[in-house]
Design a protein around this ligand. Structure first.
Ligand code: ZN
Length: 338
């Protein structure tokens, strides 16, 4: 009786292997070696490895600037969560990219207010698209800002609870934990470590969760300092981060990547005015809290740009031009907030 049982087990594991490998396409993941770069792609469930010249990608990515002034055209969206196809539709219809997925927003600044990672199945595609558009934008005098949200920090700190099953299979095939695909010895990992958490554009502040009164009272507000502190925290272990107040202040529920207070805490106008005054801003733009559309609260002092793209059905962009704010609908129609 022993042999058939063994065959059965082997068969089961084989089918398991085939089913997770079949039709699986992903990549590239580019690993940095001393002398060269190793690129790995998953094609139909098989790992295709290629050696690249050291010069194929830049290996250092300088920290992004935190402040930009005099920007005339701004667009923002957030919480794409692996919904690459929908994000492309929204960006195309709103003339931020063209039909060939190239930058067509000229000197405009596009801000992705966090949470590309987790939930959906096309995170890698989205990251490489942003990587490409970022360079194209700069060449045209524009800018693409990818701010890190709580889900970026979760993955980088190996909290893999929301990772799409596809990537668990990718990580099995590559024989590396998923967070290691974004370690400091990979191209995308180094690139992610150059990103900011908070950005000031003109009199607008952009941040995934928000800036709370609690955070302001404990940490204050210096965008450069917040960005550098968050950047450094990526390669410090969670236990070390938790050994001081740091974790609660920066990664806690009133910290910049997790805060939901503007929508959930029944704040008064005076509370928001205090935050605006301490951050020396007129408007704060956040993601993280999902709504059916781009929303405006506190008479336009706060905008929420998480329009539930994560559901894969509908999404919007916030446009800011000449001091006016518009919703850019999925079909490209613009609606001004009155
Ligand atoms: Zn979030």
């Amino acid at each position: 009786m022993k042999t058939p049982k063994l065959i059965f087990i082997v068969l089961i594991s084989l089918t398991g292997f085939i089913s997770f490998g079949q039709g699986l396409n992903d990549g590239p993941y580019v690993f940095i070696n001393k002398t060269n770069l190793i690129q790995k792609n998953i094609v139909e469930g098989k790992v295709i490895t290629k050696t690249l010249e050291r010069s194929a990608f830049p290996k250092t990515y300088p920290a992004e600037p935190s402040v930009f002034l005099g920007v005339e055209k701004i667009a923002a969206l957030s919480d794409i969560h692996g919904q690459y196809d929908l994000a492309i539709d929204v960006l195309k219809n709103n003339s931020i990219i063209d039909d060939d997925l190239n930058w067509s927003f000229g000197k405009g600044h596009l801000i992705i207010v966090g949470d590309i990672f987790d939930r959906g199945p096309k995170v890698t595609e989205m990251l490489w698209l942003i990587y490409k558009l970022e360079q194209q934008a700069k060449q045209q005098g524009g800018y693409l800002h990818f701010l890190l949200g709580n889900h970026e920090y979760m993955v980088l700190h190996k909290d893999l609870r929301y990772v799409n099953e596809k990537y668990l299979n990718v990580s099995k095939l590559l024989d590396l934990d998923y967070d290691k695909l974004y370690s400091n010895t990979t191209i995308l990992g180094r690139w992610l470590r150059s990103k900011s958490t908070i950005l000031r554009l003109n009199d607008h502040v952009f941040v995934h969760g928000g800036i709370s009164q609690d955070f302001l009272s404990k940490i204050g507000f210096d965008v450069e300092v917040i960005n550098e502190t968050m950047r450094v925290s990526i390669d410090i272990s969670k236990s070390e981060l938790k050994s001081t107040d740091f974790y609660t202040n920066y990664y806690g529920s009133t910290g910049p990547i997790w805060y939901r207070g503007y929508f959930n805490d029944h704040l008064e106008h005076e509370d928001i005015d205090e935050v605006l005054s301490k951050t020396d801003s007129e408007h704060i733009i956040v993601g993280h809290c999902s709504f059916d559309e781009v929303i405006r609260v506190f008479e336009g002092k706060i905008f929420g740009v998480d329009s539930s793209i994560k559901k894969g059905e509908y999404g919007e962009v916030l446009f800011i031009e000449n001091g006016r704010h518009y919703r850019g609908l999925k079909d490209g129609t613009r609606k001004e907030f009155d």
